[in-house]
Design a protein around this ligand. Sequence first.
Ligand SMILES: [Zn+2]
Ligand SMILES: [Zn+2]
Length: 348
Amino acid sequence: MSSELPSTMRAGVLVAPRELEVREFNLPRPGPGQVLVRVRATALCTWEQRTFQGIQDIKTPFVGGHETSGVVAAVGEGVTSVKVDDRVTLGPVACDECYYCRRGFPSRCESYLGRFSLDGAWGPWGLADYKLVPARAAFRFAADLSFEEASLAEPISCVVHSVRAVQPELADDVVVIGAGPMGLLNLLVLKRRGARVIVCELDPARRQKAAELGADVVPDPDDGDFTAQVRGLTDGRGADAVVAAVGSAQVDALAFDMVGKTGKVVLFASAHPSPSLAVDHNRIHKDEIDVLGVESKSVQDFAIAVRLLSQRLIDVRPLIDRCVPLSELETAFELAIRPDTYRIVVTP
Ligand SMILES: [Zn+2]
Ligand SMILES: [Zn+2]
């Protein structure tokens, strides 16, 4: 245990859409098997952005923040995997006991551990000075990696989950639709996996970013529709896989249009409201197309994400726009929802 812990901490509480308050809470102490982490960086995911904007209903008061890294401040009884002062990033903790965990699908765990309530405020609690987690949520990372970069292990782990599901072969043609932060992380991991990555995006600034991050082809919409261009690049066959990193009926239709026979379509992003899929039944049947849903990650995906970052196999620095202190959380959210930002990181 560490002795110089304060008695209180701050947390950014969402009390209603677009209404945030930085409140004081009593600092929890780690129980057996738990670790108290002093938060150093929490990136604002699209999920928190939706809760802030009221696009996604959420029970309030809510403390968001699930892309978090920090320093171990105190450990509970029996913890041996990490010690005080270790730099850690926080991964998923599947329960290991529910139906899906026991069937080998921990990304669908029915009772993820590590979310909690303090004084009635519930959530993943990364937007605070400290966060209490089960010890197995804490993953150490390389000494030369910044806390901001390490906080992105969580979104990268979701991308790893997708790429491991797609299993692209070397030189496969993989299209990523959408060059927001998740589309660009897909690009980085798919490049590492040896695919030829084609990024389809309407916004010219985001297209430019995709090109800078190593996209093999970034079609210009002025040169014809994306499907025709993708078919042109693949001798008319269409892509081996299409990752729809934007959730909309239009993007779904585009993905099925440009995927080739035996190809895979990944629905990577959620859609609000959720549209029905309007796909030619026989296209999927006769062309043997796989449709994959990807939402979350397993502990293995997370461990791979930490290695990708720690060994600098992918560089996420170009995706980090700004660090904003917790005291200016509202500014952080206003910046995060702007279309010209990628990731805003809150640094208590
Ligand atoms: Zn996230
Ligand atoms: Zn479970």
